[in-house]
Design a protein around this ligand. Structure first.
Ligand code: SAH
Ligand code: SF4
Ligand code: F3S
Length: 506
């Protein structure tokens, strides 16, 4: 790294080809899943000194960037950070890929079909690159952390200019510098997580709702899951930094924040000299004057009593909890490495239903885990009925290279898996409709986000319990929380009418 730093300090125009050669030696850093699996003891440092070097602050002036985001909210938020960095370099956002000078694909590795979509898109980009040789194309996000993906891009898609991972997005200016001024593909993927960089710029999508990272990484290592390899070990942001960010968002008129982490309930477990956990954080955030606070995702294992008590206060803490169960069968849960049984999960749900007024749940489910029997699958159907989830995101198990489950033999055919998914989805929909019907005639508070996608005359927003409501109303309602009377419940949406003094009188 020493060489690179000394080269970096020279102004760009004074650099020799040797300087660039050195640069590339140090930036050809492909990933290793084996290294990514290791969990080390050393402390994570927090930095507040991010800056874009002077020579890169104007390279984007008159140029445009386009970022396509796949995957979860974590990626959505990383895209906001990359947009912030690119704007700091003078680039301007565009919604048209063809108009862009820099295209980034922020990728997801969670299932094979997520990856296939990205490879399809990479194929589409080739003609664009041929037409516009100065275009820079970068692949980032979780797929970049996988060796097999990087090797495939190096071999089959050499027109890609940059590959960088989830731990070094703050290096975007240097990565772009390498791609702009060098001839080789820049590959910079750190297998080991980096430190926490606090002061990264962000361009948030919208001014009503905002994402706030509270922690990075995952140490759970569920046997099917690639995330602990692509996102590194669990690192929590300091409470004061999170609280300050939320206060700042509240001052700027944001109505809702969603706290992000792969496993938010593990927040603070990594602090060595501070006894402060997710319940404490929620309790502190509860006191901030922002109307709505949500969080995702909760792992059932770390959901402690203190957190339940804090959530029971309600107010700006929403009574909707996304609590992935994955399977309703204890033996499958055990092989998945989830570290809870069906009974423990149900006990947690029971406790929350008892203590958090009117709480609702959504979940994630994997069907067709290796060797799942019909009876084990039926346990998943029965837990659906027992908990009565308002929504469930259901997936067919997809083997991920490098994970323990990918090495398991599997005697369940794809046909059976698809048939199980259909049966599960039918039940999910039936329950969702039944739960939605309860709202007919009720008045709910809706945070109005904008016009409905299908009809510009109709406004659309979310209830406290995260249900989509469509209703007719004035555009001035956008960005506000308004009362809506529900007229008709559908499976995934509620139709209603705005409650005004006139509608109440009539
Ligand atoms: N951290 C979250 C989940 C993040 S991934 C949690 O543990 O709850 C989102 C969802 O993708 C998971 O809940 C799981 O249902 C699904 N998923 C993860 N790996 C998968 C795989 N290999 N095949 C199919 N679905 C998977
Ligand atoms: Fe994956 Fe499990 Fe971590 Fe969720 S908790 S990200 S499913 S390893
Ligand atoms: Fe996908 Fe990475 Fe999120 S694998 S689900 S983008 S953490």
């Amino acid at each position: 790294m020493a060489d690179k730093t000394s080269t970096d300090q020279k102004p760009l125009r004074e650099k020799t080809s040797e300087d660039f050669a050195k640069y590339f030696q140090t930036t050809f850093q492909p990933p290793s899943l084996k290294d990514a699996r290791r969990r080390r003891r050393e402390d994570i440092e927090v930095h507040y000194d991010f800056a874009i070097s002077e020579d890169m602050q104007q390279v984007g002036i008159g140029k445009k960037f386009f970022i396509r985001t796949y995957g979860c909210q974590m990626n959505e938020h990383d895209t906001e950070v990359m947009a912030g960095i690119l704007e700091g370099m003078g680039y301007e956002a565009t919604t048209e890929m063809e108009a862009a000078d820099v295209i980034l694909l922020n990728t997801c590795a969670i299932r094979e079909n997520a990856e296939n979509k990205v490879f399809g898109e990479i194929g589409h980009l080739k003609p664009l690159k041929l037409e516009k040789p100065d275009l820079l194309i970068g692949i980032c996000g979780c797929m970049s952390q996988e060796e097999a993906v990087v090797n495939r891009i190096l071999k089959k898609h050499p027109f890609i200019d940059m590959i960088f991972g989830t731990h070094n997005i703050h290096r975007l200016p240097e990565i772009i510098k390498g791609a702009l001024f060098g001839k080789e593909m820049v590959v910079e993927v750190w297998s080991k997580e980096g430190d926490i960089i606090e002061n990264l710029p962000k361009v948030r999508k919208g001014n009503i709702k905002a994402w706030v990272n509270i922690m990075y990484g995952c140490d759970k290592f569920c046997t099917y899951c690639i995330v602990p390899y692509t996102r590194g070990k669990e690192r929590s942001r300091l409470p004061e930094d999170i609280i300050e960010e939320v206060r700042h968002l509240a001052r700027n008129g944001y109505q809702e924040i969603t706290l992000l982490g792969q496993n938010v309930n593990a927040y603070g477990k990594d602090f060595t000299d501070l006894d402060y956990r997710f319940g404490d954080l929620m309790d502190d955030l509860h006191k901030i004057d922002i109307p709505r606070i949500r969080f995702t995702t909760s792992h059932p294992r770390d959901f402690d009593d203190h957190l339940i008590d804090v959530l029971a206060q309600g107010g700006n803490l929403m009574e909707h909890i996304h609590l992935p169960v994955q399977s309703g069968n204890t033996d499958i849960l055990k092989i998945m490495g989830r570290k809870y049984s069906r009974e423990q999960y149900l006990e947690l749900v029971r406790k929350m239903k008892e203590r958090i007024p009117d709480v609702t749940f959504s979940t994630d489910i994997i069907v067709g885990f290796p060797n799942e029997t019909e009876e084990q699958f039926e346990d998943t159907l029965s837990i659906m009925r027992e908990v009565e989830y308002d929504a469930a995101y259901t997936f067919i198990y997809s083997p991920r290279d490098g994970t323990p489950a990918a090495r398991m033999e599997d005697n369940v055919s794809m046909e059976v898996k698809k048939e199980r998914l259909q049966r599960l989805n039918k039940l999910v929909n039936d329950i969702a409709l039944k739960k939605n019907k309860v709202f007919e005639g009720q008045i709910v508070d809706v945070l109005v986000e904008g016009e409905s996608k299908k009809n510009a005359d109709v406004l659309s927003g979310y209830t406290r319990k995260n249900k989509v409501v469509n209703f007719k109303g004035p555009k001035s309602a956008i960005g506000n929380i308004v009362p809506v009377r529900i007229k008709e419940a559908k499976t995934w949406t509620l139709d209603g009418e705005l409650v005004t003094e006139t509608t109440e009188v009539t």
